[in-house]
Design a protein around this ligand. Structure first.
Ligand SMILES: [Zn+2]
Length: 289
């Protein structure tokens, strides 16, 4: 085969592989859309019969009663997910009375619940979407603005699988080492960008390296955030390490969108099961004060 034809054949192989990847990604996206939030609520409903969706025939979005009846009916046949936390027994109020968003390391709760948070957004493998779907638990993505802009369809897909999109600056700086003007841009601009791209205003901000200060908290409050979120444990190469050894109610787990994410998630899930914890939705526990 001539060099020209060999190059052409290789090009074709690459293009076919790209098409296969694209088809798979499209299939995942369609599947995700089909799953939809009502299916997610269906999984949630058995744990909390008093939830908004099933209590009085209307939900917060004012959906029709027929949809709610359908959701309630299908929930009776849906398998229970032993990892999925019910709604909080008490919603801790976020105190922003001093003009600063509260700094949260661990959520103030006695519920046996922990929270999955995943940062940055560098590796966006479609296999992660499959894994989120299998796990069927909520998770919070704190992503930097360039990764959000680079692949908005990926992040929209995570939202349909129980994920929420929160912010983590633009350039990932150490906020203890930059001016207030820079803090304001890094904290506030992504809130506007994400609202426009994803249709939901971010309510949580995570500072890079867990470095924040009073200025960061004040600016965060001014930009509409409910909390500045740190963590009490993190994963590294499929291994969860808690700062205090055992899991405690309200623990927030830090992970990253990197090659080991599936192993990281699996270790967190195994620890939660072994120590009697469920996975909660962080935003449900950090409501406006
Ligand atoms: Zn980060």
């Amino acid at each position: 085969m001539s060099d020209f034809r060999r190059a052409g054949a290789q090009h074709l192989i690459v293009r076919r592989a790209a098409r296969r990847r694209h088809r798979r990604y499209a299939a995942v996206t369609v599947g995700v859309a089909a799953l939809s939030l009502s299916a997610f609520a269906t999984v949630w409903a058995p744990f909390d019969p008093a939830s908004d969706v099933v209590a009085d025939g209307t939900d917060v979005a004012g959906a029709s009663t027929s949809r709610d009846v359908e959701a309630t009916t299908t929930s009776s046949t849906a398998p229970l997910n032993d990892l999925l936390a019910p709604s909080p027994t008490v919603v801790p109020t976020a105190d922003i009375s001093d003009g600063r968003a509260p700094l949260v390391h661990r959520v103030d709760t006695t519920d046996p619940v922990i929270f999955i948070t995943i940062d940055d957004g560098h590796v966006r493998d479609p296999a992660y979407l499959d894994h989120f779907e299998q796990l069927g638990v909520p998770f919070t993505s704190f992503i930097t603005e360039p990764y959000a802009k680079a692949d908005p369809d990926y992040w929209t897909a995570t939202m349909a699988l129980g994920g929420s999109i929160q912010t983590h600056t633009i350039n990932h700086p150490d906020l203890n080492r930059v001016s207030e003007a820079t803090i304001r841009r890094e904290v506030c601009e992504p809130a506007a960008t994400f609202t426009e791209r994803f249709g939901v205003r971010p309510m949580l901000f995570r500072p890079p390296y867990g470095n924040s200060n009073d200025t960061v908290r004040r600016v965060a409050a001014e930009c509409g955030y409910q909390a500045v979120v740190h963590w009490t444990g993190s994963t590294n190469i499929g291994q969860l390490t808690m700062q205090e050894g055992q899991l405690k109610p309200g623990d927030i787990i830090l992970m990253h969108y990197r090659d080991t994410l599936i192993a990281d998630l699996d270790d967190v899930v195994a620890r939660a099961r072994a120590e009697g914890f469920r996975i909660g939705r962080l935003e449900d526990y950090l409501a406006p004060g």
